[in-house]
Design a protein around this ligand. Structure first.
Ligand SMILES: Cc1cc2nc3c(=O)[nH]c(=O)nc-3n(C[C@H](O)[C@H](O)[C@H](O)COP(=O)(O)OP(=O)(O)OC[C@H]3O[C@@H](n4cnc5c(N)ncnc54)[C@H](O)[C@@H]3O)c2cc1C
Length: 309
């Protein structure tokens, strides 16, 4: 028999953990399923300084450990390494299948966030773990006193590029445009940092080397001229994408795959809500994920009350 819970939250990042906390405080029997370890994308962030209440900043891992401990203190059950592969609905009951188990619930909150986008260029897959990384906080230490490149011009690229300067000898920030997209405060810090050199109007077209990455081939987007940039490591921050395929026809998505909700985070299927980075919205941050988690939990609570009537 599938294990039954009133509510199931899928994804253990800031949105899912907040939803779990609110649901438990509302007296709703809730299980949170997380495909890896609890904490989400924020766990891999070196330093978060825009989450209110922490003016000195806090490491992403510590913040997420606090979220998790807080939710558990209200009795939230969390199952880690439970990758949800399919969700279906029959007679107002959702069936949720992970690799190992099947569960049933009256309501669901999807808070599965996003994953980093790969560049899709020659050498990328071959050198993942051999110089190519998507997480400076996880892998930066392997490049102590070495030269690295960061690909991207948004907040994540600049934040993580700055954090890498505490460890490595030099950081090249490679951006395909002539201006960064990152917040002004981050740009100012990066422009002042003597360890950072910017290579604008350039895009990587190949990662090359023998056993480890040795250089990146960069193409100038204006005249297609090419240079070889010799580096020991590359950190890719080229955007992020959601995986919502496990929801099939239960949701509407935008052209990039983000879940479309109404202003109360309801999807097109009654009882199925979406929260955090996985949904179509403008600002993807810990603070907005937290707000979404709280609202989705409140709306799910109302839905369950209606079902009882
Ligand atoms: C490098 C970097 C730096 C950042 N810096 C900041 C910052 O300084 N300040 C800030 O506010 N924000 C920052 N962010 C953004 C912030 O981390 C995200 O906005 C936030 O984590 C989104 O929370 P979420 O819960 O929606 O999704 P996520 O944190 O992505 O969590 C989703 C969770 O769902 C799980 N999951 C996915 N699919 C499944 C499945 N099928 N089954 C079960 N579980 C699944 C994932 O494993 C993950 O744990 C940064 C992000 C990155 C990448």
């Amino acid at each position: 028999m599938p294990a039954f819970h009133e509510a199931i939250v899928i994804g253990g990042g800031p949105a899912g953990l907040t939803a779990g906390l609110y649901l438990m405080r509302a007296g709703i029997d809730t299980l949170l399923l997380e495909k890896a370890i609890t904490g989400g994308a924020a766990i891999n962030t070196y330093h978060i300084e825009n989450y209110p209440g922490f003016p000195e900043g806090i490491s992403g891992k510590e913040l997420m450990d606090r979220f998790s401990a807080h939710a558990k203190s209200f009795g939230l059950k969390i199952e880690e390494f439970a990758n949800v592969e399919k969700v279906s609905l029959k007679n107002d009951i959702f069936t949720i299948k992970s690799e190992k188990n099947t569960y049933e619930a009256k309501g669901i909150i999807v808070a599965t966030g996003t994953q980093p986008v790969k560049l899709g260029i020659p050498g990328e897959d071959r050198f993942i773990g051999r110089g190519v990384s998507f997480c400076a906080t996880c892998d930066g230490m392997f490049f102590r006193n070495l030269d690295v490149a960061v690909i991207g011009g948004g907040d994540a690229a600049i934040e993580e590029g700055l954090s890498l300067t505490n460890i490595v000898k030099k950081v090249y920030i490679i951006h395909r445009r002539d201006k960064l997209r990152a917040q002004k405060i981050l740009q100012e810090r990066a422009f002042k940092n003597p360890k950072i050199e910017f290579l604008f109007n350039k895009r990587p077209i190949e990662f090359a080397g023998k056993d480890q990455i040795e250089y990146v081939v960069l193409e100038d987007v204006r005249d297609s001229s090419k240079i070889k940039l010799i580096v020991d490591g590359v950190f890719v921050y080229a955007g992020s994408t959601p995986d919502t395929s496990f929801l099939g026809e239960l949701i509407d998505k935008d052209e990039k795959g983000f879940i479309i909700t109404d202003e109360n985070l309801a999807t097109k299927t009654k009882g199925l809500f979406a929260a955090g980075d996985v949904r179509k919205k403008r600002l993807r941050q810990v603070s907005t994920a937290v707000g979404d988690g709280a609202l989705a939990a409140y709306e799910l609570e109302r839905y369950l009350l209606e079902l009882k009537k």
